[in-house]
Design a protein around this ligand. Structure first.
Ligand SMILES: Nc1ncnc2c1ncn2[C@@H]1O[C@H](COP(=O)(O)OP(=O)(O)O)[C@@H](O)[C@H]1O
Ligand SMILES: [Mg+2]
Length: 377
């Protein structure tokens, strides 16, 4: 029996293109540790993020392509990832061990910035990435509430030890340092030193992504963050009701001024997610939301699923066109999101199979692929 050659397997794998990097996975050096024993082929595909949206597609394509190579009797593919760091040469203000610092920002409060930060962080961690979350909302720190974290952080070896959630997220918040009921009144220089302290005096460990929940607007915290550390990029959260072009323009321009790429826009509370199953038979469901008629298609197994626009749609799309920034995701309105946030148990954690958790996973995938593409280009 002739052995399969490594070259013939690699040749087959050249048929898989990375859609973002525009090259095949062999040329990109993603195929590693190949072993061939007779007709048994095993290798690892190392992606640039574990949250890669095409991970499963790559795996099945690799299995299919290699199993068609003459002489191959079995294929074992291990999917793996090594997250690229943003600007590794820039040593001066990098946080040791932290590969990508990503800010979550918004023009206004109450649009779901903290909700998006928390669920995005959980979704990234669930994909296998090491993730930290820093609550830098000095005016209304609510990450401790949303993650159900209580108490004061401890110190060790001159550093602050961050909290660790059941999902393995590491978290730090201004809220841990102050009394919950006392309003925080901080002036610019105090905000600056607090943010520096949280970036550099917290034992973050090795992180692929550090998500930073900022206060709304374009104030001291935004500037301090971008001046204090190397920010990989920023995400802007908006809602359909206050897609205020003015606010977004201000945010986009601010990040431009400080040379931070805007990774994209997230539209939150974008419509109402409905799903269910028809008892009996029906082809479609006709209903009214307030006075607006809505028609939903029923699948052959009786299930239905739909997102109903309540505040109108297309606002975030308009923003992406106007400012030439990508749309990273759309998160529907869902009471489970608020309930989870209030209870300290994010919906991505408690109900990972739900439609809403899927939206957050898709957002995480889009963000991660954008980060990889920018880091490798
Ligand atoms: N997609 C959503 N569906 C339902 N409720 C949401 C959603 N996003 C946010 N909320 C709720 O809206 C409120 C404001 O969200 P929050 O994340 O605190 O906003 P911000 O940090 O921008 O001030 C919270 O009560 C939160 O639970
Ligand atoms: Mg908030």
């Amino acid at each position: 029996m002739s052995t399969v050659s490594q070259e013939s397997v690699l040749q087959a794998l050249r048929g898989i293109q990375d859609p973002d990097l525009g090259k095949d996975i062999v040329t990109l050096g993603f195929v590693k540790d190949m072993t061939i024993q007779g007709g048994d082929v095993a290798f690892r595909i190392e992606l640039t993020t574990p949250a890669c949206p095409v991970k499963e597609q790559f795996r099945s394509e690799a299995e299919a392509l290699v199993s068609r190579v003459p002489g191959v009797s079995s294929v074992k593919v291990k999917m793996d990832a090594q997250v690229a760091a943003s600007n590794p040469l820039l040593q001066t203000n990098a946080i040791p061990g932290v590969k990508n610092v990503i800010a979550v920002s918004s023009g206004k409060g109450g649009v779901g910035k903290s909700t998006v930060s928390v669920n995005l962080a959980v979704a990234l961690a669930q994909s296998g990435a090491s993730v930290g979350i820093l609550d830098a909302d000095v005016y209304g720190p609510n990450i401790p509430m949303m993650l159900g974290l209580r108490g004061k952080p401890e110190g060790r070896d001159g550093k602050i030890v961050p909290f660790r959630t059941p999902d393995g997220l590491v978290a730090m918040s201004m809220g841990f340092m102050v009394d919950e009921d006392k309003p925080l009144i901080l002036r610019g220089p105090m905000i600056h030193s607090a943010i520096r302290q949280f970036l550099f005096e917290v034992a973050w460990g090795q992180l692929d992504y550090l998500i930073v929940d900022l206060p709304p607007g374009t104030g001291d915290a935004q500037l301090s963050l971008s001046q204090s550390c190397h920010l990989m990029g920023a995400i802007l959260v908006t809602t359909p009701q206050d897609v205020s072009v003015h606010d977004v323009r201000k945010a986009v321009n601010m990040f431009k001024t400080v040379n931070v790429p805007v990774l994209g826009v997230v539209e939150n509370m974008a419509g109402l997610y409905l799903s269910g199953k028809v008892i009996g038979t029906a082809d479609r469901i006709e209903l009214k939301v307030a006075d607006t008629p809505v028609s939903i298609e029923v699948a052959s197994d009786g299930s239905f699923e739909s997102v109903i626009d309540i505040f109108g749609s297309g606002g975030a799309q308009k923003i992406t066109e106007l400012f030439d920034v990508p749309m990273l995701g759309s998160i529907p309105l869902d009471p489970a999101v608020r309930v989870g946030g209030d209870a300290g148990r994010p919906v991505t954690m408690t109900d990972p199979e739900s439609g809403i958790a899927k939206s957050f996973r898709e957002l995480a995938g889009e963000m991660a692929r954008r980060v990889s593409t920018l880091n490798l280009s």
